[in-house]
Ligand binder design. Structure first.
Ligand SMILES: Nc1ncnc2c1ncn2[C@@H]1O[C@H](COP(=O)(O)OP(=O)(O)OP(=O)(O)O)[C@@H](O)[C@H]1O
Length: 255
């Protein structure tokens, strides 16, 4: 299979601190790839670079063979590369359903020109967006709370809603940054099965940073271990767990 994300020889330093050192990773199309590593290994920094939130110092990032190095997040969004975001403060006062309906970037209702000259198109698109939002909310299991304010949802329900927002666009690659944090076990099960279904049924590719090893073990193949800003090992979860270098990187300092 081809790499949908190809990170080539990336370097990034903050002042004198080299955080990403000649890092190269490939995320295969259709995979759920895990990115793990000890605290401070550079996982979030690499994520931010891929997602267009942080410029790199040198190296290249390719999306499906196309150079996307240092492209801003909104351009990447239109190319189908996106990451989940926490529900922003202003969205917490909208219902779960409205949060989904806000997502499509090309929504005609947002354009004054369209609203003035093409009201029928706006109405059509709004009903289309609503229909899709209802499908998505059903898929993620939040139909019963669709009219609740997002701010009143539990931590786990908010994570499901964040995942749902990626489904309102034509996402190809979704970056998930520690979405299991603070989610109870029941909703975590829902989150995992939704990610699996999006992968299997809708062809999403995922790159997942996660500290929750159960979630990594259940979801991810392959798993990439980052240490001091470059790849230490890559393989199946079994290979990773039995690799002495990984054990040393995680537990060495404590022994
Ligand atoms: N904006 C910044 N300015 C300066 N140093 C930074 C910045 N962002 C991250 N760092 C440093 O870069 C290193 C890697 O941080 P990063 O958050 O990428 O690691 P991580 O693997 O995601 O860690 P964790 O698992 O603890 O979240 C750390 O030493 C961190 O302090």
């Amino acid at each position: 299979m081809a790499a949908i994300i190809d990170v080539q020889h990336v370097h990034k330093a903050f002042g004198g601190l080299k955080v990403i050192n000649d890092c190269s990773i490939q995320v295969e199309q259709g995979s759920i790839t895990g990115l793990i590593g000890p605290n401070g290994a550079g996982k979030s920094t690499l994520f931010n670079i891929i997602a267009g939130a942080l410029p790199l110092d040198s190296g290249h990032i390719l999306l499906d063979g196309e150079e996307i190095t240092n492209q801003p997040a909104n351009q990447l969004f239109h190319k189908g590369l996106l990451r989940t975001f926490q529900i922003a403060h202003e969205f917490s006062q909208m219902t779960a359903l409205e949060n989904l309906m806000m997502v499509p970037p090309a929504q005609a209702g947002e354009s004054l020109f369209n609203a003035w000259f093409k009201p029928s198109r706006v109405m059509l698109e709004e009903s289309e967006v609503r229909r899709r939002a209802l499908e998505v909310i059903d898929f993620i299991g939040l139909h019963p709370v669709r009219n609740e304010l997002a701010g009143n949802l539990s931590g786990g329900q908010k994570k499901l809603l964040e995942l749902g927002r990626t489904m309102m666009t034509d996402a190809r690659v979704v970056l998930l940054d520690e979405i299991a944090a603070g989610v109870n076990r029941t909703l975590l099960g829902d989150l995992v099965s939704n990610i699996e279904r999006l992968n299997r049924e809708m062809g999403y590719t995922f790159l997942v940073i996660e500290h929750d090893m159960d979630m990594i073990a259940r979801l991810c193949d392959p798993v990439i271990v980052l240490a001091q800003g470059s790849v230490m090992v890559e393989g199946s979860i079994e290979e990773i767990q039995n690799d002495p270098r990984v054990i040393e990187a995680y537990f060495g300092a404590a022994s």
